[in-house]
Design a protein around this ligand. Structure first.
Ligand code: GDP
Ligand code: MG
Length: 440
């Protein structure tokens, strides 16, 4: 997968700008990646449409290839769609806060109920009561009781012969009397969706008014999980989703589909059978997994963050032409600061090593850079554009204005002159080699 997208990137690299054809070509691969990741077809379609609209005509940062830019846009859209706003179980209500767990049989409801209870107890310091409403399988209630002992969370005493709604009411009552913060209600599931199951869940919901209705879905069941999510959301109304068996799912597509189809956030993911195998949902990681291109994405992000390359290239061009003024120097200092050193823009120019050494020798460090920027900021625009104006009285004024000394202003001006001279010389040199005016 990565190889294939990598190939596309190489091909795009050789082209100048991001055309509609470029985007379409990249999107064909992205579409295939999504399908391989088990994303539902109509979600793939709407997603690629959205990205295409955004990508065509988008400004391409010069330091990265157009293909990387497409990947970055795809990645951002994936995260947006997966929900960068994902938050864990919401308990912001009067205690005891009911949390209803629903889903098909075997999806991992009982396991996830205990995992969440453990987490709320240990991390959020809540007093949690768990109750099994599974009246169909006799062993189900025992299973929750056993898990409760294991994770040190109380379970509602088992009383034979009660209906799910009766148990739910009893659980709420016990929680009120016992001063519990949270009541986790673990419902029964069916192998397939059916009306009896939905009716029971709806009845429990009406009786307890849960603050969260969490669908537990097995990510390995792919499209079925999406259908399940849609049905539960339409019939009962969901507030969030827990995706289990993420440990066995290397694809991550179910998360995207479920989110797209229901609009409900994926809150947590189950990553194993053990009681602490529960993780916060991380859209970035899932997006990376779906694309299999995490490296490219972080590379692109770094480029965007650290350096506005368009600006830098323009400045480099000005340098080559010997038009390096104090505003250029100011930007240069910004870049140095951002890149944490003297690399950056300097590195884009040929034969620049000598100057780097010179700057290093002059004791450039972060503190110095800050003061130099302050000096330039105290100049008028005219002065920055035309360094020749900088006579004695102006230097004195600027030193006072920037809280520095005249000597420092002098040093900065000297450094600027040296750099400008060097750029001019290099520019002439390069022009000569290229067969420019000097060669004529
Ligand atoms: P329920 O019928 O929905 O209550 O499902 P259970 O909680 O009883 O889980 C069914 C099986 O799935 C059990 O053997 C669990 O240990 C297992 N299981 C649950 N969650 C996960 C998970 O995230 N990863 C893995 N590998 N197994 C899980
Ligand atoms: Mg169960």
């Amino acid at each position: 997968l990565s190889d294939r997208l990598g190939g596309i990137l190489d091909r795009l690299k050789r082209r100048g700008a991001l055309t509609e054809a470029d985007v379409n070509e990249a999107m064909r691969e992205v579409r295939r990646a999504l399908i391989e990741a088990d994303v539902a077809l109509d979600v793939v379609r709407s997603f690629t449409d959205r990205v295409r609209t955004r990508a065509v005509g988008a400004e391409v940062i010069k330091s990265i290839t157009p293909g990387q830019m497409v990947v970055k846009i795809v990645h951002d859209e994936l995260i947006a769609m997966l929900g960068s706003d994902a938050k864990p179980i919401d308990l912001d209500a009067a205690p005891p806060v009911p949390v209803l767990m629903v889903g098909l049989q075997g999806s991992g409801k009982t396991t996830s109920t205990a995992k969440i209870a453990k987490r709320l107890t240990e991390r959020s310091n809540r007093k949690v009561l768990m109750a099994s409403l599974d009246t169909r399988r006799p062993a189900a209630m025992e299973q929750l009781a056993t898990l409760g002992k294991q994770v040190n969370v109380a379970t509602l005493p088992i009383v034979a012969g009660q209906s799910a709604v009766q148990i739910a009411r009893r659980a709420m009552e016990a929680a009120r009397l016992g001063g519990y913060d949270v009541v986790m209600l673990d419902t029964a599931g069916r192998v397939t969706l059916d009306e009896a199951l939905m009716a029971e869940v709806a009845e429990v919901k009406a009786a307890t008014q849960p603050h969260e209705v969490i669908l537990v879905a097995d990510s390995l069941t792919g499209q079925d999980a999406v259908t399940t999510a849609k049905a539960f959301d339409e019939r009962v109304g969901l507030t969030g989703i827990v995706l289990t068996r993420a440990d066995g799912d290397g694809r991550g597509g179910a998360a995207l589909s479920m989110r797209a189809v229901t609009g409900k956030p994926i809150k947590l993911i189950g990553t194993g059978e053990k009681m602490d195998a529960l993780e916060d949902f991380d859209p970035r990681r899932v997006a990376g997994r779906i694309l299999g291109m995490g490296d490219v994405v972080s590379l692109v992000e770094k480029a965007v963050e650290n350096i506005d390359a368009e600006k830098a290239m323009a400045a480099a061009e000005r340098m080559r032409k010997g038009q390096f003024d104090l505003e250029d120097l100011r930007m240069q200092l910004d870049q140095m600061e951002k890149l944490g050193g003297l690399g950056g823009l300097m590195g884009m120019l040929p034969g620049v090593g000598k100057m780097k050494n010179q700057l290093a020798a002059s004791g450039m460090n972060d503190g110095v850079i800050k003061r130099q920027k302050a000096i330039i900021d105290s100049m008028t625009r005219k002065e920055r554009r035309n360094p020749k104006l900088m006579d004695g009285s102006r230097r004195k004024r600027i030193a006072a204005g920037s809280g520095t000394k005249v000597e420092e202003v002098n040093r900065l001006m000297k450094m600027h002159r040296q750099m400008a001279d060097m750029m001019k010389a290099m520019g002439a040199n390069a022009a000569g080699k290229r067969g420019g005016p000097m060669a004529g």
